[in-house]
Design a protein around this ligand. Sequence first.
Ligand code: BMA
Length: 802
Amino acid sequence: MTLRHLPLHDGWTLTAESPVPLGLPAGGVPATVPGCVHTDLLAAGLIDDPYLDDNENRLGWIGRTDWTYRTTFDWTPDGDDHADLCFDGLDTVATVLLNGIEVGRSANQHRGHRFPVRAVLAEGANTLDVRFTAPYTYAEELRERLGDRPGAYAEPYAFLRKMACNFGWDWGPTLVTSGIWRPVALETWSGPRIASVTLLPDLDDAGVARLAVTVEVDRSGQEALEAVVEAAGERTAFTVLAGEDRATVTLSVPGAAPWWPHSHGEQPLYAVTVRLGGQVRRFRTGFRGVTLEREAFRFVVNGEPVFVRGVNWIPEDCFPSRLTRQRISDRLDQAVAAGVNLVRVWGGGLYESDDFYELCDEKGLLVWQDFPFACAAYPEEQPLWDQVAAEARENVTRLAPHPSLVLWCGNNENLEGHADWGWQKELGDRTWGYGYYHELLPAIVAETDPTRPYWPGSPYSGTPDAHPQDPASGTVHIWDVWNRADYRAYADRVPRFVAEFGFQGPPAYATLRRAVSGPLTPDAPLVAHHQKAEDGNAKLLRGLGDHLPQPGADFDDWLWLTQLNQARAVAFGIRHFRSHTPYCMGTIVWQLNDCWPVVSWAAVDGDGRRKPLWYALRAVYADRLIAVRDGAVHLVNDAPAAWTGTLRLTRHGLDGAVLAEDEVVVSTAARSVTRVPLPPSVAEPADRTRELLVACLGDTRAVEFYEEDTRLALPPARYDVTVTESGGTAPGYRVEVTARTLLRDLALFPDRLDPAAEVDEMLVTLLPGESAVFTVTGAVLADPDALGAHPVLRCVNDVVTR
Ligand code: BMA
């Protein structure tokens, strides 16, 4: 057997197949592969950055244009019998020509292709063309043929297997692109070739690691083939029988220790090699067992129930081909640092890159993978049915080795859409995706990856007849908060599992400032362009409710109040839901990340800056949490050891005076919750507007007010600040704030002084006399003392004082 792999990433040019509204040179522009049209035109200086101002508006023609990528390469015959062009990903409607002869087609971004080309490969120079038909042309033609379908957006994404949010979303721009978005190579080979390897790691009934390996071969001969698999010191030989093209072997790996989510243990990973006829395939895997208790929607990993502290993940860039492993790693590190133990890869996006799942394996982040269907009725007719089947088989195989992956989920919100959004009337007898979610996808998962649970969609309640939003079973998405209801409405729900809920807030000041020129006011047209949600800015203001005052004309106040309200709304929900453990076994916040600079539900903005929500998440996703609700303190202990000690409850005046004190000796077992009724001395204040409650257990502290801030008699803020340069390897500043008055939700925004500056802590409430230290890193500041003043240092007292 021989196999040669020649990457084809050099010498590409990009040309348009019809007139375009810019000066594209006749010979085209240099193109990057992997890449896409938008990033090539940007690199050539022909378009303005689509993420800045409202440049997006002038680029709509790109998705309606046919494009050609061309390169040439030399080839010398090497005696091999076969030669294939291997595309890991084409986005999306592509015809491939070698030396002018068509060798293959694709209309699916979510899969790879291997096109045999031996017959047309020339000795010496070869010309390779990849012609892309405009995504809109293909999708609209299919829509015309199959009949329209209802959906949340007036875009034809349900008619094309392409990342749906590339057509725009309520947080994303419409930048419909084309391109060779994943690697491409020429492979020449002789003899039997390993066509695919499926690795299924799990634990057997006795808790011992085991690995099921399926090898598929591509060959013309009929002889038996010897194969070997090695993992963690174990080695097993097996045979692909004469005349067969696949074989499966299961290997016991007693030397392997179990893989855990980081909230529960370590992440040992093991190299696996599979050899056949001189070829070697290398993988890395980890071993864990996962089950999903269906009604409770409870994940059990290695026999231990896991409370899911999750975040939803959207594509990190509208142009995913330019994402680096480092960027994905940084974003996932931010999730881990906020206490997150699960990332849901949302169905309007992608099956993510290998980097993404490898990093989740390393960092101990569980992954819930939606199949890429979201917020629309999807036709089941050909060619779509077969395209979906092919992409699903390929991706289930590709992602199966990753221990982080614990759930296959059919879609995002399409079952709910069908049940609740008026689709049935519009659809008549047209298909809408039922066959994908209830038949095709579960069959593929059962056949290819029986080690993982499959769930038809989210929200979903466990049977096709049940209402998908039944809180007593399966998952719910809570969106009346944000769209209509005050965030206190979270407290009216006790669901099994909340797979989506969230609240909008603006990005960091430095992010918005970079993205938008001209004046910064919420309604300035260029700022408003970076808000994609229906009625978004009005909902931001309405959401302040009686929690915080309406901002006046001051942009800085608008930014501070709406960011703070976002943080509080989500934290309120999480405290409530976690206090209902174990009935409720998970929360997945909408959303961790952004794909560009925008006002959105994200905790980390499009430039990677952490919003106040991120700091609030870190507090409420900590292993140990004190949640005060319904006249009781709930001690939520999601740590592996008991939480014992003396719970100190103190009722203070806003001036700090102690008005009442009580102590309760408590013990909360590992992974459980204790409810401690508030003693009468602290349960009821004498004056709701002038008192607060502090609950302390060990080094966990909760500060609760008896009244919303708009009715609180907060004093004007008075404090002392000292800023000192902290030496050491990473230069920075130590900002110590000592409160002379109560300071509510103290925050520092060093990006106001330098876009590179970051702070380690935010949203700290200080009683008079208390101090907090903030560490600012990332930049050398011209005027460090500015860290102690408006608009860098903020607290609620700034905007509410009596
Ligand atoms: C959920 C998500 C997304 C959307 C978000 C906010 O339904 O599935 O569709 O961005 O709501 O509206």
